[in-house]
Each structure stands twice: as C-alpha cells, then as structure tokens.
Design a binder for this molecule. Sequence first.
Ligand SMILES: *Cc1c(COP(=O)(O)O)cnc(C)c1O
Length: 362
Amino acid sequence: MIPIAKPIITEAEKRRVLEVMDSGMLASGAYVKDFSEKFAEFIGTKYAAAASSGTAALHTALLAAGIKEGDKVATTPFTFIASSNSILYTGAEPVFVDIDPETYNIDADKLERKLQADPDISALLIVHLYGLSCDMDRIMELVEKYNLTLIEDCAQSHGAEYKEKKVGTFGDTSIFSFYPTKNMTTGEGGIVLTNNEEIYNKAAKIINHGQAEKYYHDQLGYNFRMTNIAAAVGLVQLEKLPEFNLTRIENAALFDLEFSDLNWLKTPSVPDGLKHVYHQYTVRVNDREKFADYLEEKGIGYGIHYPLTVNKQPYYKKLGYAELKFAEAEKAADEVISLPVHPSLSDSDLEQIVEVVKNYKK
Ligand SMILES: *Cc1c(COP(=O)(O)O)cnc(C)c1O
C-alpha cells in the first residue's frame, strides 16, 4: 500500500535528538528557542512562540490576539476541526462562510456579504487549505474596511506564497502545525508567529502558565510548551522543507499533466501568482465512494479531507449549527479525495498512482 502520508526521518534528526537526550534538557530550552527563531526567519515574521501542537498554537494565537467570550469570528466550515474549535475554546462564536469551489478556501464575496449583514463580527480566522493561499488581496481589503483582527491557520501551508509573500505574514498572528503528516514535522508541535511584540509577549506567556517571573503568574495560562526533543527534529526538518516542498510541487505537476484529459476527475486549480505547496493533492470526482474502494483495492492510500463540513459535525449539531447551509463546502465534502503527493514517493510509486488512476474508467 502506498501511504497517503509518510514523514522522512533520517540519521540527521536522530543525531540531534540524541544530542538533546545526552544534554539532559528534555523539555523547553535552547533548541526550542533556536527552532522558533529559525522558523520565524524562514516565514518572515519578527517573533515566534513554539507550542506543543498546532491546536495549542491556534488557541494561544486567538487569546493573544484578544479574542474573548462573546466575540464573533468569521471562518470556513471546510477545514480540520481544530480551526473552528480554537474559536470555541476562547468562548467566542464561529460564524461560518462558504468556500470558493475552485480553491476550497473561504469565498471573499460571501465573506463581505456576511460582514455587511453582521457588524458584530470582529475577527477573521482564515485557513490556507491543502497548501494553497487564500485570496489575500481581497481578504486584506476586507480586514481594513471592516477593521478585523486577522488570524491565519497555516497548518497546511508551510512555505506557500501569495504573490511572492509567504502565508503566515499577513495576519495579526498566524500558526503552523508540525504534526507528522504536514509538510514538515516535529512529532507533535506548533508555532505562533507575529510581527506584533505585544501579541508575542502574550502568546509566550499563555504557553507557559501565564508566568511573568519564576512562579509568579499574573494571568491564566496553559502548559502548551514545545519540547527540546521536538525542536531538535524541527531544526533538521526546517532545513529540508524547501526541498520537500519542491518535490511535492513536482509530483503535483506530474499528476496535473497525466490527469489533464480525464474528464471525470478535477485536478487542483492554482490562481495566477500563487505558490501551492500541496500539503494535499486533492481532486474531485462524483462517485467518490466507488473511486476510494477502487484505490484501496489497487493499493493506493487516499484521504478524505474532509467528509463533513464543520457545522455538520455531531458536536456542532448539538450547538445548533446543523441547519446552516453551505452549498459549495457540502458539495466539496461529498466529492474530494486526496492522493499521495508527499516527498517519500518513489518514481515507481508515482508511476503506479498515475497508472491506477488513469485506468479507473477504462
Ligand atoms: C493539522 C491542522 C491543525 C491542528 O494541528 P495539530 O498540530 O494537529 O494540533 C489545525 N488546522 C488545520 C487546518 C490543520 O490541518
């Protein structure tokens, strides 16, 4: 079976982890500081606060950006549950806006209509899904016009660009995840980025029990710290990220070419001027369950990202979101399927994926 995701861990990561083991400083320390600085430099922000997961980073970023109980935060219903859950953690209310069916990201026109209809919306959590940036010219126009706090969920878009500017540099704050399936990993891990010193100071404190000085806590915080062990893995992975992304982009280009004449399958679209980093290579078909069974039978791993819109998740149903209708997000949830595109695929894996997909309707 060709897996849908597989991290590349080499001797270099193992050596650095052993260094940490030998140092005895297993929890947060010098490696975390070094990793945070290097990751912020790579993306292009002034500050970074590393966290124990992307979800912890999201929770922290929203709190540090001032999101609080009773606030309304616009976001997409077509994402991993953590995006919207992080809004709930703060006591704020997610306000879902449908997606653009071409990019799978939040639809800026529908967002504007929602902002006009509900002046209480004070913040926007965007998700650059599958490795593709949102429409940032339109988003930034709306952020200014409606005076919104902007948080970017870049958990799937390490190194993705909008007109040569990396995602994660547009918002008041942004987050990345380093879960093993993402474009680079630290095992579990995440990071909060910002150019705002005040947001950075708040985030660093929230991650570390609201501690201002040793054993002096002046606000409610959490233990969301990254470990040196995770950071040691991240330092090596970060060096390889550009090469990992390049391989993803090459693999995607091969699929685009090979699948271009299949009229029953829609390949990903990339608007002009955007750099897609293919966290997922997600296509659309109208008989997904059958296609998925076929892939399984032929030994090709796949993923469904995501089978349900967030508002239709059982927990969100209980909160009263189930009645809402998002036509494009729901259609996408019924039709999308992701094929393996990760950098551990061999040439023969790629050939096999191409062959199997092309033979489906023959
Ligand atoms: C993975 C992911 C997260 C959460 O990251 P974890 O490190 O798994 O907690 C948040 N948002 C999106 C869009 C993700 O894909």
